[in-house]
Design a protein around this ligand. Structure first.
Ligand code: COA
Length: 376
């Protein structure tokens, strides 16, 4: 007899471990990193400070933050061999595939790559968090036949990324809005990519392998790939007045509307309203609200027709588009932000490790007699 009592498809609702990094309160639709509500962190903190909080478990004092910021700045460069390889990649390779390859390559050039001690992993976390933005900007520019742009020490993590990718630092509120989006994306408990990073490290594999696993897991449209898919949908809809018809057709075809619904949040995702506000702010700054207006209409129709609310990936799409970011870099940006969460999970997993190895229910045939090939 099959034991179906403890089987939960997609591991829904299964407690797969303990964590002190972040907490989702589904009933209140809230999210806290190390006890601090992200609504506060998104407006009061910086990505660098939030990354420190996630990794070290407490907010830094001024000296600690300044030292951490210095470490991140010092680790912005990537090995020349990575640049050489990126020059040989197929033209217009997808940024997420380049990032996955790049993170894996970083491990090859880190002499401490295989050292799984707590201190070595904290150092590797800095190299990964600082290196990923460079990999994305470099990879995208080189595969689009653009010259690489060197990192700048006088810019923050968020500003420097925009400078390296777009060739110019952000103006007006853009740097702060982008920084806030990175804070919002930085961590989210046992989501699929963080869990895959934990599974990889639970075998005592190294941090670069774990983060490579996580990047591959984030790529899918049911996870991080949704923000790119949302922008493609907004572009296809084209005008606010066409949103209703487009959606009714898609829903009639039983299609999933990207950027809506969530495995955990059934009463709304607290990150979405913060990004909705960011989308409004940037459209007003730019004096161009087409994508924001389509997004509002899509939210209204999907809520009315399906009772579904937007998740983190919905409003990040119009925000990133108005920041001038190429659509295919949206998911890699989610990845570079989530790097702080992923590395914190790897450190936490290894500090108290037990191999993650679930069980399954066998549904195949049993007791078959082996038939020699000439008799089949
Ligand atoms: N559009 C349309 N219907 C959706 C939907 C969406 N975005 N999300 C969920 N649903 C529907 C499903 O079709 C299903 O309906 P059914 O019971 O009639 O078949 C029901 O809601 C439950 O969906 P299910 O896929 O079982 O929930 P889940 O917990 O596995 O899915 C997601 C969670 C995130 C994978 C899902 O909501 C989704 O695919 N969203 C779009 C992708 C996305 O935005 N991902 C980013 C997440 S942060």
């Amino acid at each position: 007899m099959e034991d179906t009592k403890t089987y939960s498809p997609g591991l829904e609702g299964v407690i797969a471990g303990q964590t002190a990094i972040s907490e989702i309160d589904e009933a209140r639709a809230s999210l806290a990193y190390r006890g601090y509500d992200i609504k506060d962190l998104a407006v009061k903190s910086t990505y660098e400070e939030t990354a420190y909080l996630l990794l070290y478990g407490a907010l830094p004092d001024k000296a600690q933050l300044s030292e951490f910021e210095g470490q991140l700045k010092a680790a912005r460069g990537v090995p020349g061999e990575v640049v050489d390889l990126f020059r040989k990649l197929p033209v217009k390779s997808h940024s997420m595939d380049i990032l996955r390859t790049g993170v894996s390559m970083l491990g090859l050039y880190d002499p401490a790559g295989w050292d799984n001690s707590h201190d070595a992993n904290m150092n590797k976390a800095v190299r990964i968090i600082a290196g990923m933005p460079t990999l994305i900007a470099l990879g995208h520019r080189l595969t689009h036949r653009q010259k690489p742009v060197e990192p700048r020490d006088d810019l923050t993590h968020a500003e420097n990324f925009l400078h390296m990718l777009l060739g110019t630092p952000p103006d007006g509120p853009k740097g702060r809005i982008f920084d806030s989006s990175l804070i919002i994306y930085a961590e989210h408990e046992f989501n699929a990519s963080s869990f895959s990073a934990r599974v990889t490290s639970s075998t005592l594999s190294d941090m670069y392998s774990a983060i490579t696993s996580a990047v591959g897991t984030l790529k899918g449209p049911l996870h991080g790939g949704a923000n790119e898919a949302v922008m493609k949908m907004l572009l296809e809809i084209g005008r606010p007045e066409d949103a209703e018809g487009w959606l009714m057709d898609a829903l009639a075809r039983k299609e999933r509307i990207m950027g809506f619904g969530h495995r955990v949040y059934k009463h709304g995702d607290s990150r979405a309203p913060i990004l909705r506000e960011a989308s409004r702010e940037i459209c007003e700054f730019e004096g161009y609200c087409r994508w924001h207006d389509i997004s509002l209409k899509v939210e209204e129709v999907v809520k009315r027709e399906k009772g579904l609310l937007p998740n983190v990936d919905f409003y990040s799409a119009p925000v990133y588009y108005l920041l001038g970011l190429p659509v295919e870099t949206f998911t890699p940006i989610f990845a570079m932000a989530r790097a702080a969460g992923w590395c914190s999970h790897v450190v936490e997993q290894l500090d108290n490790n037990r191999l993650i190895r679930p069980a399954s229910i066998y549904t195949g045939k049993r007791g078959l007699d082996y038939v020699p090939i000439e008799k089949r």
